[in-house]
Design a protein around this ligand. Structure first.
Ligand code: PMP
Length: 421
């Protein structure tokens, strides 16, 4: 089982999905806000995706030849954003990030990268640095975010080659980039990072990053694996970012495995093998397989501007309802997020990034209790109590999520006070 799917005492096993509902093997219907970790923008078993995959499947599932479907999906991405002029596909967000980092190294002739503290970019060693540092080890001797090992066994060299930036301290971020900039191949940024609290990065920080990349010739990689859904054009334009390379996955595959690296032609030329050995080779047995391409194309076609607007409006409504509910009940908690993404945070403090979102042992335990209590109310969140809306949802589902979240949090917090008192 995937680590992210597991929780105590045991997760329910899925039997089937229907729109925004998932039915477990005991026949219980759950309103699905996890959506396979935010990859199903249209929920489960979306008709147009099923039709497209069925049609593709009858023609064969994979070829050692290119298919037209990969051109169509690449064109669909290019039509959404000028920063995605060209695209190469792979099978996951991890692979997309890995290829983008390699591409940036080849384009610059440098090998170090910078990433933001607490941000997740998949399972490539360099981008896993400082994914989950604890307060005891999060600063170096100069008060800057330390490069902290996430997995046992990660070589020290990887830590030295990865500069860690604070998500919500633009001045410190600027200072670090001024010092390290000329040694960096890439800065990788997710401007609405889930693990950094599911809060939008400030415009100041985004501006600092963009300016440093231009000044020092660093490749800016926008990791939009989740945040692509925030607007029709993706997340970068919302933050004034003009990335050299964009990584996407999840919703662009319509529920099938996918990853993609996109960028302007001059950047993407680093992967070009048409005239001999490319600077960076991108392969993959199932990369650009016609089923993922067909599913992605159908999914994106139905995530048009009006669908994006409707989802973002529902997300705003959800967050507002929950905040109003917490305020009315005098509950010390908040909900962060943007567009169709949201996350619960316990406590009275404002959440601005990884450190203020960090849950100590007590908060983590309470968050787990709330996750289970929501499950008992037939709402599936991710184990850290974040969620994503899907297009089959309407105002009724959104109000139900908000209402249950407010009541569950209120009940669990007062139960804890009762025990403490
Ligand atoms: N980048 C971001 C921002 C992600 O959220 C994720 C996965 N949640 C990844 C990369 C890795 O994607 P995948 O799980 O498809 O490898």
């Amino acid at each position: 089982m995937r680590a992210a799917s597991w929780f105590q005492p045991h997760p329910p096993y899925a039997a089937r999905g229907e729109g925004c509902w998932v039915v477990d093997i005991d026949g219980r219907r759950l309103l699905d806000c996890a959506n396979n970790f935010f990859s199903l923008i249209h929920g489960h078993a979306f008709g147009p995706v099923l039709d497209a995959v069925r049609e593709a499947m009858t023609k064969g599932t994979a070829f050692g030849m290119p298919t037209e479907s990969e051109i169509l999906l690449a064109e669909a991405l290019a039509a959404r954003s000028p920063r995605m002029e060209q695209t190469r596909f792979c099978n996951s967000g991890t692979e997309a990030v890995l290829a983008a980092v390699k591409g940036a190294r080849a384009l610059t002739g440098r090998h170090r990268i910078a990433k933001f503290e607490g941000c997740y970019h998949g399972a490539y060693d360099w981008v896993e640095v400082s994914l989950d540092p604890a307060p005891a080890n999060w600063d170096d001797e100069n008060g800057n975010p330390a490069s902290v090992r996430c997995n046992a066994g990660t070589p020290d060299s990887v830590l030295r080659e990865t500069v860690v930036l604070p998500y919500d301290d633009p001045q410190r971020c600027a200072d670090i980039l001024r010092r390290e900039g000329r040694s960096l191949a890439a800065v990788i940024v997710d401007p609405h990072a889930s693990r950094a609290g599911t809060v939008p990065m400030t415009k100041e920080t985004a501006t600092v990053v963009q300016a440093a990349c231009r000044r020092d010739g660093i490749m800016l990689i926008a990791d939009e694996v989740i945040s692509f859904r925030l607007s029709f054009e993706g997340a970068s334009p919302l933050f004034g970012l003009e990335p050299d390379l964009v990584t996407t996955a999840k919703i662009i595959g319509g529920g099938l495995p996918i990853g993609a690296v996109s960028g302007p032609a001059d950047r993407m030329s680093v992967f070009d093998h048409s005239t001999g050995k490319p600077k960076v080779s991108m392969g993959g047995t199932f990369s650009a397989n016609p089923l993922s391409m067909a599913a992605g194309l159908a999914s994106l076609a139905h995530y048009c501007q009006s669908a994006v607007d409707r989802m973002n409006g529902l997300g705003d409504r959800l967050r507002q309802e929950v905040r109003n509910g917490f305020a009315k009940a005098g509950v010390a908690a908040t909900v962060t997020g943007m567009g169709s993404l949201f996350r619960l945070h316990l406590g009275p403090d404002e959440v601005t990034g990884y450190r203020s979102a960090f849950a100590n042992a007590e908060k983590a335990k309470l968050t787990r209790r709330i996750h289970l209590a929501m499950l008992n109310e037939s709402i599936l969140l991710t184990p850290n109590c974040s969620g994503a809306l899907s297009t089959p949802m309407t105002g009724a589902e959104v109000l139900s999520i908000a209402d249950k979240l407010v009541h569950v949090v209120e009940r669990e917090l007062s139960a804890r006070q009762g025990v403490a008192g």
